[in-house]
Design a protein around this ligand. Structure first.
Ligand SMILES: [Mn+2]
Length: 478
């Protein structure tokens, strides 16, 4: 009897556990990761300082529909919290509340509400944050107003206002309330722009110093985001044909991301055919037929907050023309030249100079420019940036150190009517890889997507399951 009862209890426990786990993936960072990040921050904070990290505001998509919520990467980094309407205080020195309890952090979070949660989703609430995120001093956001703390006593109040300053009272009323209470308790004025920017400079310096060096846990996430993005690019190479639309290609890319569990894209997916490939941040992807042209795809998955940034440029019909090959090869060689400079202690500018030299020399040889220094007409952006929780991740200097992850992304863009032979017009090529800086060199994390002309053409000759996807033609609106 007792055995039977125990079995029933055991089964109930197992079912409850697996039920709870079904709600979300189990490979998020542990609470220890976030606690270690807060400790690392405390070590580099100045004496008598408090760091203030706000959640991002929610954003209106249309009327009563919001964009999918995205947390402030700093708040996620230091806490693991993914919900809106919150503020985290991290203190350099241990503090005491009026009951004599010592604390090093204070966290005000979204209040639980069964009624609201049945509409907009589950919330951790105070108890959930204590248990799951391991931060002991947690309160409901609306208790911050009356919480007894004098922030003005600190020598350094380090904060950065949520984007597009002073969140609107109609769009994000709870966050606006938290900001107001903070301003009062810290006795600061957001109108004093020099104070605000001094605080933000220190905020960026400290968070940049931490976030630019990736921990082993973060590298797991980044490797995953990058590999997923590469498989998406490879799938498109196999599936692509000249009748596809830019949107359809974007759809295949993002389907593959989601198939692997990547929740989001790290930035608006760029799929530009021909002339559209010459628009650097083209994201409307409106061309209904890519045709016999190059398709530039700058598409990166975001996995548990970490964003890849990978670009491949492919001929929609599977074969590069001679002119396309010549431009592509210059960009490829520029990338290789930049790779060779990379190692612990090298600089962004050394990598850029190496790529610039190859591009200017190449364009000159083809007669596209008459003077080497005119290469900037056709290569208008920078070579490299950090990636991480932001696709353009924070950094603190131009020096590259082991365990940084950066992009190397040279490009050549020759819009129609450019001052060169017509045969080059509407060719836009960018190749972008994500590399980990190591002690002696680098590791290319995005090797999973073909880069060379030969490898791309070979991949494109393969078949994709999307080739067999047949949907009914639309009956409406004919
Ligand atoms: Mn990039």
């Amino acid at each position: 009897m007792i055995r039977k009862l125990l079995t029933v209890l055991f089964l109930a426990l197992v079912m409850q556990t697996s039920f709870a786990q079904d709600f979300e993936p189990t490979d998020y960072f542990s609470k220890d990761f976030h606690a270690q990040r807060r400790e690392a921050l405390r070590k580099i904070m100045p004496d008598s300082s408090v760091m203030v990290v706000f959640a991002y505001p929610t954003r209106t998509f249309s009327n009563d529909v919001d964009y999918l919520y995205h947390q402030n990467p700093d708040l996620y980094y230091f806490s693991g919290y993914k919900e809106p309407d919150a503020v985290l205080f991290i203190f350099k020195e241990s503090q005491k509340d009026d009951k004599g309890n010592a604390y090093k952090e204070l966290f005000f979070v979204q209040k639980r509400s069964p009624q609201q949660e049945s509409w907009t989703g589950r919330r951790l609430g105070v108890e959930g944050v204590k248990e799951k995120l391991g931060i002991p001093m947690v309160f409901n956001g609306n208790d911050f107003k009356d919480y007894a703390i004098n922030l003005a006593k600190f020598k350094n109040i380090i904060y950065s206002m949520p984007p597009s300053m002073a969140p609107s009272k109609t769009e994000s009323p709870l966050l606006a309330g938290l900001v107001n209470s903070f301003v009062k308790k810290a006795n600061i004025s957001l109108d004093n722009l020099s104070d605000v920017s001094t605080a933000r400079r220190l905020y960026n310096k400290l968070t940049g110093q931490l976030r630019e060096i990736k921990t082993p846990e973060e590298l797991v996430m980044l490797r995953k985001a990058v590999e997923i993005s590469c498989h998406a690019h490879s799938e498109v190479m196999k599936a692509a044909n000249t009748n596809m639309s830019e949107l359809e290609i974007q759809g295949i890319q993002e389907f593959v991301h989601k198939k692997y569990g990547a929740e989001e894209v790290g930035y608006g997916s760029i799929v530009g055919a021909g002339e559209n490939g010459c628009i650097l941040h083209y994201e409307t992807n409106t061309k209904t037929k890519v045709g016999n042209s190059l398709v530039l795809m700058d598409v990166g998955a975001e996995y548990h907050g970490y964003s890849a940034d990978v670009t491949r440029t492919i001929p929609a019909n599977g074969k590069f023309t001679e002119s396309e090959k010549q431009i592509y090869q210059i960009v490829y060689d520029a990338q290789e030249a930049a790779f060779k400079t990379l190692k612990d202690g090298s600089t962004f500018s050394a990598a850029s100079n190496a790529a610039n030299e190859v591009i200017s020399e190449g364009l000159l040889k083809l007669g596209i420019i008459k003077d080497k220094k005119d290469y900037r007409k056709y290569y208008t952006h920078g070579l490299s940036h950090h990636i991480g929780l932001d696709v353009h991740d924070r950094s603190s200097s131009g020096t590259l150190l082991a365990n940084m992850v950066i992009t190397i992304e040279p490009g050549i863009y020759i819009p129609a009517n450019s001052d060169c032979d017509k045969k080059w017009w509407s060719i836009g090529v960018r190749i972008e890889d994500d590399v980990l800086i190591t002690k002696d060199g680098y590791e290319n994390l995005s090797i999973f997507a073909p880069r060379s002309i030969a490898d791309i053409e070979k991949k494109m000759a393969g078949k994709s399951a999307f080739n067999d996807l047949v949907l009914p033609s639309l009956k409406s609106g004919k």
